[in-house]
Design a protein around this ligand. Structure first.
Ligand SMILES: [Zn+2]
Ligand SMILES: [Zn+2]
Length: 544
């Protein structure tokens, strides 16, 4: 049962159910686009788990990206259960739970060592991805083996600890698998995904020609990238610093676990940056997606407390813009150029390679696992649909590919597979406090206000006579200019209000709610006709 991640980027969460036993694979968040004003993050609706909280045997996390672990606290709230994850994944999770003053029964998953949760036996398999310690899962169930790819690419050239364990995947193919759930993120990219080392020449070039600071922005989880760039930086005589809360937190966890290796003497803290000459610094700065309050955004408008960017400095954006963030990233790049520094991004040089498998990687996984059924996961619907086509081109019968969306239940057994009923699977919108769920309505209203503005006609009526005490006042925000035309429009609107009040039928005179509704409808019609716009109209009717 996909609760999220099938039909969108992020929000990954999938439930396996056998009789009275549930297993949750991943509990991710999704970050909102600009069309969701005031929404900080989005988590899956875990109502299905909440209604069966006694039955959840475990939560298994494939890797430490926010789109797989960021909703964990909410999943645990819905149904507490032991949480399994790899070393680095649990390191990140522990830190997040501390921030929320929450706790959980965290249990380590090590590739090659299986664990049991109710009727499920979980076998973690190492895969290559942009965060270290990423796992695919082979889950033995009484109905057959489910292989979940997690986010992965093959990267056969990577060092062993970063390489996908193709041997283990083939072994599951030999044993026989019921269904493969496979990452669709990069299905539109041809060939196979490049190896992480391919970023080295472009970064070397940056270090060779930058006379000032080098600032690198990537995801705070991209430990393999950070390690490589930090090694180059140190060889170029630069110390390394981490700027931005998430960046500092995550690298601290990775340093503590020994999966990121930088000698303490080569580290500088954000506050000490000013004490070092710029040409001796390489700073990793959070905010590659142009998030408005991130460290890099602050640097780009010269409002960061410790760090500035200027002529001689180079900023490297070492990440792809997540779909929906392109405009914010473009604005960020513009602002950085305005500061006079140089900006290198993936469109200009190879400073980023994807952590997701391209078409050849996806086909390779299929060939290894040889599943009778494939369910494309992780991606917008177009990716899921194209993944299905790719699999058919690679030889899978069309009936073997199950394209599903969030909430669609897939029933699988040795006898066959089918789509069963739908279950509730929605999303919960969170504001910055991260606690309360925001209603979709609220966000829709905000969007409406941000596009069309608001008009508030204020009418004061005599309670006895029902007549207006004074001329109506019309307050607007974000709707008309404060000029002659605006004044004329509002003047006409005021006259319309006065006429509407005067010509009300007798039965409306004793009910201000009816008067409010009449004014709302008449003004909406009036503004639409005169301006082709639909401002939010909220009449205030007072009786004195
Ligand atoms: Zn992901
Ligand atoms: Zn990932």
């Amino acid at each position: 049962m996909p609760l999220g991640g099938l039909g969108e980027f992020g929000l990954n969460a999938c439930v396996l159910e056998w009789q009275d036993h549930l297993l949750l694979v991943d509990a991710g968040v999704m970050f909102p686009s600009a069309e969701m004003p005031g929404v900080d993050s989005i988590v899956p609706d875990f109502q299905y788990l909440a209604e069966r909280r006694e039955r959840l045997r475990a939560i298994v996390l494939t890797h430490g990206h926010e789109d797989h672990i960021g909703g964990l606290a909410f999943a645990l709230q819905a149904a507490p259960a032991p949480v399994y994850g790899s070393r680095l994944t649990l390191g990140f999770v522990r830190r997040r739970l501390q921030d929320r003053a929450a706790s959980a029964d965290l249990r380590l998953l090590t590739p090659g060592q299986s664990v049991e949760a109710g009727p499920f036996r979980i076998h973690p398999i190492r895969v290559s991805h942009s965060v270290l310690d990423s796992l695919a899962l082979a889950i033995e169930t009484p109905a057959g083996v489910v292989v979940a790819s997690g986010d992965f690419k093959i990267d056969a050239r990577a060092p062993e600890e970063e390489r996908t364990d193709l041997g283990a995947l083939s072994a599951w193919g030999d044993r026989g698998v019921l269904v493969l759930l496979s990452d669709s993120t990069n299905v539109e990219e041809r060939g196979s995904t490049a190896t992480e080392d391919d970023v080295l020449p472009a970064f070397q070039d940056v270090f060779d020609r930058t006379g000032g600071k080098v600032m690198v922005s990537c995801f705070a989880t991209s430990i393999p990238r950070i390690q490589r760039v930090a090694d180059l930086a140190r060889r170029a005589g630069r110390r390394v610093g981490f700027v931005g809360r998430r960046m500092a937190d995550n690298t601290e966890v990775a340093l503590e676990l020994g999966v990121l290796r930088i000698p303490p003497s080569d580290l500088v803290s954000s506050g000490e940056v000013g004490q070092h000459p710029p040409e001796t610094l390489c700073l990793f700065v959070a905010g590659s997606q142009g998030e408005p309050l991130s460290a890099l955004s602050m640097v780009s408008v010269n409002e960061h407390r410790d760090i500035s960017a200027g002529p001689g400095d180079t900023v490297v954006l070492s990440a792809r813009a997540i779909p929906g963030n392109e405009r914010a990233v473009s604005r960020l790049i513009g602002n950085l150029f305005r500061r006079g520094c140089d900006v290198v991004h993936p469109g200009l040089a190879r400073v980023h390679v994807s952590g997701h498998g391209n078409q050849d990687d996806l086909v390779e996984l299929l060939r290894r696992v040889r599943p009778p059924y494939l369910v494309p996961i992780h991606g917008e619907y177009r990716m899921l649909a194209q993944h299905a086509r790719l699999a058919v081109r690679a030889g899978l019968p069309a009936a073997s590919v199950l394209v599903a969306e969030d909430g669609e239940v897939l029933e699988l057994s040795a006898d066959g597979a089918r789509k069963a009923e739908r279950i509730a699977a929605g999303r919960i919108l969170l504001d910055r406090s991260g606690v309360e769920g925001l209603e979709e309505m609220v966000v829709r209203d905000r969007r409406h206000l941000s596009v069309e503005g608001i008009v508030v006609p204020v009418v004061v009526l005599d309670k006895q006579t029902g007549r207006m005490e004074s001329a109506p006042e019309i307050v607007t925000r974000g709707f008309v200019d404060d000029d002659e035309r605006g004044a004329e429009l509002l003047g006409d609107a005021g006259r319309l209000v006065a006429e509407a009040v005067a010509s009300r039928p007798e039965e409306e005179r004793h009910d201000p709610a009816l008067t409010r509704e009449r004014l709302r409808l008449e003004l909406r019609r009036f503004f639409r006709k005169r301006t082709q716009r639909r401002p939010m109209v909220i009449p205030v009717v007072m009786e004195v």
